[in-house]
Structure formats: structure tokens, C-alpha cells
Design a protein around this ligand. Structure first.
Ligand code: SAM
Length: 209
């Protein structure tokens, strides 16, 4: 399997052709080996234009959605980022190449353990995987310059907005089970600005908050 070629074509046709032009992001998406983040039996489909099952009834998100959510965070390279929903670790791997440090929380113990081990093996040293309920955030390292929630929620857990730094950006799919809208919330002092980036479908965020 020529994964390099499949990866190149994924970025050109699924991401660039749909309007994402951030050169650093496109470069990183060509470098991170998505096939390493899917189950062995699914490697041939790793660069398809769709989400894929990763076990534990969870999914790795569609490549375009990973790119879009990353793009709207507007990362410059020196940020501390919090991800809720580590899943396969693929989104965290992309973020880690565009920010200084990534904290990623996963509620499924099996996935958290597996992803931690994979990211260590692949050499992503600026990612910390935490097993727990991400709706509470990760107070210990707050505030975060950017927060990304890669699971669907009816509303943003209030604790996460508190853990967002001033001028920080939070990307989240908001809505009911089978249709959400991707939203970016920007915090300015005590004001929150909301912007909309189209429809999407994610597995649900499940947690206390
Ligand atoms: N970002 C992931 C990737 O790159 O593979 C895909 C995430 S998958 C669409 C959503 C993940 O969110 C699942 O792994 C699920 O277990 C996790 N999740 C759901 N509720 C959560 C919570 N409260 N805290 C942490 N993780 C949660």
C-alpha cells in the first residue's frame, strides 16, 4: 500500500479542494501517518473521505473534519491546547505539530491506554493523554489557548469555558444526536463570540457536565 500517495491525495482532494488553504496545516496533514491510527484491518481505508471505527464503538473523525476543526482554532505554534475525546490520537497528533503542548482526555479506559502507548511509540512527546471525563476539563493545566471537543454535545460544558484563556478559541459540534453544527467560540474578557462552520455528525460527548 502506498500510504504516502494516498495521504497526499487525501490532502489535495478532500481538504485543499474544499477550501482549506493554511499551508502549515496542509503540510502537517501530509506528514502524520493516519493509517497508524486505525485498526490494522482498516488500514486500506485510512485515507478515505469518511470517519472509521476504532473499537469501543468510537470513531476516528473524517480527515476534512479534523482539518476544519484544527484550522478554525487559528494556532500559531506556542499554544497550550486541550482536546476532549482523544479517540485514536490522530487529531491530537495533528494539533501537536501546530501547538506547543496538547492535553487530550478520553473517557474510555481501553482507548486512553491504547492511544497513550501509540503516541509514545510514534514519538509525539508534547502530547499528554489523560483518562477521565473531559466535560470537567483539566483544571491542573488551565487556562488553555484553544480547546477542541471532538464529540457532540447539546451545549458547551461550563467548566470548559472557564478553562479557556482570554482570547482563547473553542471548537465544538453542538446539537442533537444525528446532526450538529460546528461552532467556534472566542472568549474576549467576559464576552463570548460564536461563529458557525456548517453541519457535522459526531459520536456523543458523555459525561457529568
Ligand atoms: N479525536 C478523535 C480522533 O482523532 O480519533 C476522535 C474522537 S471520537 C469522534 C469521540 C471520542 O470522544 C470517543 O473516543 C469517546 O469515547 C470520547 N468521549 C466521549 N465523551 C467523553 C468525555 N466526557 N470525556 C472524554 N472523552 C469523551
Amino acid at each position: 500500500m502506498n500510504y504516502k500517495k494516498l495521504c497526499f491525495e487525501m490532502v489535495e482532494h478532500q481538504i485543499k479542494d474544499r477550501g482549506i488553504s493554511n499551508p502549515k496545516l496542509l503540510k502537517v496533514m501530509k506528514q502524520v501517518p493516519r493509517h497508524e491510527f486505525v485498526p490494522h484491518g482498516m488500514r486500506a481505508s485510512a485515507y478515505d473521505d469518511s470517519p472509521l471505527p476504532i473499537g469501543c464503538r468510537q470513531t476516528i473523525s473524517q480527515p476534512y473534519m479534523v482539518a476544519l476543526m484544527t484550522d478554525i482554532l487559528g494556532l500559531k505554534g506556542d499554544e497550550k491546547v486541550l482536546e476532549i475525546g482523544a479517540g485514536s490520537g490522530y487529531q491530537a497528533a495533528i494539533l501537536s505539530k501546530l501547538a506547543k503542548k496538547v492535553y487530550t482526555i478520553e473517557r474510555m479506559k481501553e482507548l486512553a491506554g491504547r492511544t497513550k502507548e501509540l503516541l509514545r511509540k510514534l514519538g509525539y512527546e508534547n502530547i499528554k493523554v489523560i483518562h477521565g471525563d473531559g466535560t470537567k476539563g483539566y483544571e491542573k493545566q488551565a487556562p488553555y489557548d484553544a480547546i477542541i471537543i471532538t464529540a457532540a454535545s447539546e451545549n458547551v460544558p461550563p467548566g470548559l469555558l472557564e478553562q479557556l484563556a482570554d482570547n482563547g478559541r473553542l471548537a465544538v459540534p453542538i446539537g442533537p444526536r444525528y446532526h450538529q453544527e460546528l461552532i467556534r467560540i472566542t472568549k474576549k474578557g467576559n464576552k463570548l463570540k460564536e461563529e458557525y462552520f456548517g453541519g457535522c455528525i459526531f459520536v456523543p460527548l458523555i459525561g457529568d457536565d
